[in-house]
Ligand binder design. Structure first.
Ligand code: CAO
Length: 425
């Protein structure tokens, strides 16, 4: 006969949220195995099975609010004689509450009892700070995964079991498990021994982009192709359009031309408008054209996206750019404004520099870096001519794009930027 398993005494909490359901119907559980994780403002707890058995029905889902006495699931105790139990047996209305000593909810703050992972070095500080339930912590320890390095996909960035599995899978498929990236940990250094120092907290954006940049830097085989585009005529056109649109409050910038040129490049070489699927075995080719723009803000780097740039005129894009870079600096960008990019442009031309090696903004496969244009003597076959040259630095994922296509892309950009009238419509 199936028993009703309910939430036992969980202390002072009236109502807590189910953040993980760790079993499903048909699962066999041992006494003390975790069934669900719940979270209050202060703590995360796992509710263990009061006895061994087979789960016949789960009665809660992630996001449900539960309190002491709430029904979690129906459990067929393993000592029940299966032959004698009718298949349609109704659950007994008697709640089975966990025995306090044996199956009290376990707090996430319990220190780890065992140390697994002889090969990978676990940073105990970041491990203990990771937002994860005890069973996920245990699972991570068993696999030698440093939880602090796993990005959480659960609510509020919580690391769930699938995140740990994905981390291990990625490490194995990319050969980072035991060898390649098993780098020595950075030593903790007291810099004040050499002089006055000040500690500044990283902004939320710094921390988030840092994580993604690090992942992209170590997991994507980058190649950067350098080139130059002759933008002498484009600059003249831009200046005349800028004068025309100034009164309308629209700043016609080089970036608007670059977005149009990148859209043409993606049409010409569709492998640049793609992403590897999660298995790394197929390429997903996109038939839409969303271009991300790296924007430098006082809090760090953000990448808003100009969606469906292929259907917008150069002036529309210039107007949109004004709005999104302002929104970025005013911290008003919404998550949807930063999603769905096909390729990113990082323009440092307004600041300076001759070339750089931008990091691909995964799951995109390429990023175009742009540096400061320079009037340069260019040999035309007879004389040197002064031409305004724009340095391009195209980084791409070499698993998807080969070197020949990398050079074809920047050459193509060179051609469309040299004759920019086609980009205006
Ligand atoms: N060469 C020379 N000058 C350039 C130029 C280039 N390639 N691109 C822009 N400029 C000049 C413009 O002509 C303009 O000059 P005026 O003020 O005299 O008109 C000035 O630089 C500012 O340019 P802009 O208003 O057109 O802005 P922008 O397109 O250069 O930049 C934006 C917009 C949002 C990209 C920029 O503000 C920004 O945040 N850049 C940094 C991006 C970044 O951090 N990338 C790094 C990511 S990887 O770590």
């Amino acid at each position: 006969m199936a028993k009703e398993i309910i939430i036992p005494d969980i202390g002072d909490f009236d109502s807590v949220e189910v953040i993980e359901v760790l079993v499903e119907a048909g699962d066999t559980v041992a006494a003390e195995d975790s069934l669900i994780s719940v979270e209050s403002d202060k703590a995360t707890m796992e509710i263990p099975a009061p006895e061994a058995g087979v789960v016949t029905e789960v009665k809660v889902a992630v996001g449900d609010q539960v309190s002491q006495g709430s029904l979690i699931l129906l459990l067929e105790p393993s000592d029940a004689a299966p032959a004698a139990a009718p298949v349609t047996q109704e659950a007994t209305p008697t709640p089975v509450v966990s025995k306090p000593a044996a199956s009290a909810p376990r707090s996430v703050t319990q220190p780890p009892q065992h140390r697994f992972s002889p090969t990978a070095k676990i940073d105990e500080v970041s491990f203990s700070r990771a937002h994860a339930s005890p069973s996920v912590r245990k699972f991570a320890r068993e696999l030698g995964v440093d939880l602090g390095r796993v990005s959480g996909s659960g609510r509020k960035g919580r690391v769930i079991k699938d995140d740990v599995k994905a981390f291990v899978k990625q490490a194995l498929t990319q050969g980072t498990g035991g060898g390649g990236l098993a780098v020595a940990p950075m030593p903790e250094i007291d810099f004040s021994q050499w002089g006055d120092v000040e500690t500044q907290k990283l902004s939320k954006i710094n921390k988030l982009t840092g994580k993604f940049l690090h992942r992209n830097w170590v997991t994507i085989p980058h190649v950067t192709q350098f080139d130059q585009a002759d933008i002498t005529d484009l600059d003249a056109l831009r200046k005349s359009m800028a004068a025309e649109y100034k009164d309308k409050g629209i700043k016609i910038t080089m970036l608007a031309f670059l977005i149009k040129a990148v859209v043409s490049g993606l049409r010409e070489l569709p492998r640049f408008n793609a992403s590897l699927d999660a298995s790394g075995e197929s390429l997903i080719l996109k038939n839409y054209f969303n271009i991300g723009i790296a924007v430098d803000t006082p809090d760090g780097l953000v990448v808003p996206v100009v969606h469906d740039a292929d259907g917008k005129s150069l002036v529309d894009i210039a107007a949109e750019l004004g709005e999104i870079s302002q929104k970025a600096r005013d911290k008003k960008l919404k998550p949807a404004d930063m999603r769905g990019g096909c390729m990113t442009i990082s323009s440092l031309g307004g600041i300076g520099g001759t070339q750089f090696t931008p990091i691909v903004n995964a799951p995109e496969v390429a990023i175009l870096g742009v540096s400061r244009h320079q009037m340069t003597p260019v040999w035309n076959g007879k004389t040197f001519e002064p031409r305004l040259m724009l340095p391009l630095s195209l980084s791409y994922d070499h698993r998807v794009v080969d070197g020949a296509d990398g050079a074809r892309f920047t050459r193509f950009m060179g051609r469309v930027l040299a004759d920019a009238t086609g980009l205006v419509k």
